[in-house]
Design a binder for this molecule. Sequence first.
Ligand code: ADP
Ligand code: ZN
Ligand code: ZN
Length: 746
Amino acid sequence: MPLYADVIIDISTEKLDRPFSYRVPEELKESVHEGAEVKVPFGAGNRERKGYVVGFSEKPAVDESRIKDILSVDESSVSAEAKLLSLASWMHRRYGSTMINSLQTVLPVKKKIKEKSFKNYCRNKGEAEIRAEIASLNPVRFAGRIRMLNALLIADVIPGDIAVSKFSLSPSVAQTLEKQGFIKVETTRQYRNPVAADFSLSSLRSIDLTDEQKLVVKGVKEELGKTDRRPCLIQGVTGSGKTEVYMELIRDVVSKGKQAIVLIPEIALTFQTLMRFYAVFGDRVSVIHSKLSPGERYDQYERALNGNIDIMIGPRSALFTPFKNTGLIVIDEEHETSYKSEKMPKYHAREVAEYIAAREGAGLVMGSATPSVESSYKARQGIYAYFKLENRFGNAVLPTVHIVDMRKELKSGNKSFLSRELSNAISERLIKGEQTMLFINRRGVAGFISCRSCGYVMKCPHCDVSMTEHADGRVVCHYCGHTIRKPEICPECGSRYISGFKAGTEAVEAGLKKMYPSARVIRMDADTTKEKDGHEKLLSLFADGKADIMVGTQMIVKGHDFPNVTLVGAIAADISLFSSDYHSPERTFDLLTQAAGRAGRGDRAGEVFIQTYDPEHYALKAAADQDYERFYKEEIIYRKLGDYPPLMHVLLLEFYSKDKQAGELRAGLMAERAKGREGIAVLGPAPAAISRIRDIYRTGLYFKSADIDKLTEIKDQAEALQAQFMEARSGPDVTLQFDFDPVENF
Ligand code: ADP
Ligand code: ZN
Ligand code: ZN
């Protein structure tokens, strides 16, 4: 029987959507595999072209007589593209998505390079003079000028767009600095480069590592030098010098002629972070992030392909940098959920990095102050090598953390969202001219049901997860579908104050304005940061002291240093704690630990208030004491009891349909097919936490197993079944997505 291969001729994405069908000649059957580089005749005149195999079929897609043969297979090919293609093919099989989706994830869009001209601000005076000027300026009135002068101390030339976007340089400040002779303005043409590769540095920075840091570097190098090297996990509090350790390891790899990929959560991808890498590695560094245009992205891909750079920094998609010889992959803040893709293929950067590192013989180094429970578990099992940095560099002071029992507040008649303790602390800061950050968890929107009088939280009798209030007055468990009517009074204490919790950032902002009419309040959430750079604009307003209080979702607590912030408040720490998701305690712990790290980063000690209806919860108490060990010990017990990762793997099948019943039916059928298999538990089907979005109904079906391969079999079976349905085209459309070890609530 002849075999047909789907071949993509050109991997510029415009043509990705259309693979062409070729016959696989008998003699090539053994050597043609998915991702293989092949030669095929193409177009008028049958010119020989390079192509990549992306799939197979037994039937030709077009009339048999029009199909041509594959000419040859390039088995020796280890080109960067071929490696990416085979990576796409692995992701396609591992995570269950179409090959096209996987290719689009892995390959960038090709676009023409346009020339651009730019203003450059060049340093025109000596370092001493600049320092003297900075010292003489009033830091509040001339914040803008000082920012720019400080930048000039690091780089001799600052491209105009960066001066404006990152240092908020205004025309008047530029004029003043030019008039005073601190800068010269030049207009030049610039090759598209997302950050400051054109920064000409006076000299590359080098530092002496502390003894503790040296020890970790030595240990990691030893591990990575072994043939059976393991991924390395570095646990170190914020400010312990993890980044310095990464840079030392990268220096070592680069000196051996290899390249490094550094993953950073998008939110931490600040100019400061990049500047640190530039200061050490100069313009051998590049960056990709979501705000780059497709053209800029493509340029970075080309620069890596051409060997113009050694280091790529970026969010999870930086994994797909086409380096010739990747020697090291670093994942900073490895516990961050943004490392999991929410689009098909729903891959986790950690897993893909492990795969790439193993294939390329590269090292994998992960770091965090609060490692994910998954990674900590692997470290304890010896699957990861484990290292620790216990001391902060310099002598940063830890803040004092208070847990506030909001049930007591209610009992004493305070129905506001602010406890008296926290509101007193805010008043104090306003008087002293210090700043406050208040945050609320975005994940709370779904609204668990709790009693504000006794703290009771309504849980599913079958699943031990909290139930969610729906607009129609029902309360539903999103794991098994158990449904009841919303109670009028608390079943525990009889109080009327039982309801879905719904304190949003807007409500808090409004409340603050009423309570402190003269305070300047900034709100930062998805709504106020929609525009490009919206995020950074608000942050720099706050940094410049143009506001007293910043209210926001969890995005405000990540990775920003404001020396004048001496108070941090978590308005409702429970909201994330009781969302119907087993990750909740971990998220809460991470968030509160990070938030606590935000208070008092200057020389003044900070204060943190955690408001809660459940002050005894282990995640809160451990966060208040900044005690990771204690948190982990409690958490792993809870995961064991609930059969959750890392002890078990979870596969979620997501069914989407305009027809409610069609989705449920298909899910039911697949549940039925999978039943009775050994070592696999089936949960559901049940409506998703958000059961309908834009008139599409969402149904979830969960499988649990300690063995990931068993879940992969389930996925394959479901895929095959789904293909049959697609072919038959009977009944309403139902689409299916797969999510292994999901990190977000579905
Ligand atoms: P982390 O990544 O763990 O949060 P960083 O690497 O950012 O820690 O270090 C915190 C601060 O301390 C940075 O400004 C860094 O430059 C500085 N620092 C850390 N270690 C050293 C060192 N050995 N010498 C000089 N500065 C250091
Ligand atoms: Zn109650
Ligand atoms: Zn349930």
